[in-house]
Design a protein around this ligand. Structure first.
Ligand SMILES: C[S@@+](CC[C@H](N)C(=O)[O-])C[C@H]1O[C@@H](n2cnc3c(N)ncnc32)[C@H](O)[C@@H]1O
Length: 247
């Protein structure tokens, strides 16, 4: 079976942002947090580093991004160079769950699209809370269910995750001692852009790698994800970045 990172490297080969938000929504998050020059952000599972690079470029923040997949940290470092913010940002390869930051040392701590890394949402929020200074911001990007799926569809949607609706998501944040103060949600259009652009990337890769040993697996995963998105995900799965502060 093809490695999950390898699959996403292929399916998201043209993506700078590996989540269903539009670029302007990522920028909006920086505005919501009122970011400025003297501030620092820690981004857990930073992918290709686009959020930190954009926020450093627009708001002058400094930051650290950690991702377990080395090719992405290389892309992130090159992007920081390209945008002239490499003196502000550091991208590290590693398991973000074990990153030992100085406690309460960041103004913003984000985890966008990897809410499981701390052993589940509660554990990941706990990691984030430890790293953020008093009065700082947490940005948690994750899926939620919507439009009341049947239990069978709900189970298919979660596929190893544990997602609830928006009200249930609020309860989980409250249980973690956090106040939900804002949110930026993907729209049907931005979800389609994220999902459908991956189909084309995979189709092009398959054209160019017909004899690759991973080709059959890559095609099977793409087929499964495409069918599941069109059958259920598009209607029943939402995605958002939730802006949180410690109570
Ligand atoms: C859906 S992508 C999101 C990337 C980025 N946050 C973004 O929104 O563009 C999930 C990322 O989590 C990373 N990842 C998964 N488990 C990780 C871990 N334990 N520590 C650090 N990164 C991890 C993957 O390599 C991938 O880059």
């Amino acid at each position: 079976m093809v490695d999950v990172h390898r699959y996403h490297e292929i399916s998201e080969s043209t993506h700078r942002i590996m989540n269903p938000l539009a670029p302007e929504q990522v920028v909006l998050l920086g505005e919501i947090c009122g970011l400025g020059h003297d501030q620092r952000q820690l981004d857990l599972a930073s992918g290709k580093g686009e959020m930190l690079c954009q926020l450093a470029s627009r708001h002058g923040i400094a930051g650290v991004g950690i991702d377990v997949f080395f090719p992405y940290t290389t892309v992130a470092t090159a992007r920081a160079d390209e945008l002239g913010v490499s003196h502000l940002l550091e991208f590290l390869e590693g398991d973000a769950a074990t990153y030992a930051s100085e406690p309460a040392s960041f103004d913003v701590v984000s985890c966008i699209g990897a809410s499981w890394i701390g052993g589940g949402l509660a554990g990941t929020l706990d990691l984030m809370v430890r790293a953020v200074r008093g009065g700082g911001w947490l940005l948690m990007g994750k899926p939620y269910v919507q439009n009341d799926p049947s239990p069978a569809v709900h189970e298919q949607l979660c596929e190893g995750g544990d997602f609830v609706d928006l009200a249930g998501t609020l309860v989980r944040f409250e249980d973690a001692g956090l106040d939900l103060v804002e949110m930026v949600l993907a729209t049907e259009e931005t979800w389609d852009r994220y999902a459908a652009s991956q189909w084309l990337n995979v189709a092009q890769w398959l054209d160019e790698h017909a004899h690759d040993p991973d080709a059959a697996d890559v095609r099977a995963i793409r087929d499964h994800l495409r069918r599941s998105y069109l059958a259920h995900g598009r209607h029943h799965l939402g995605w958002g970045v939730f802006v949180l502060r410690c109570r």
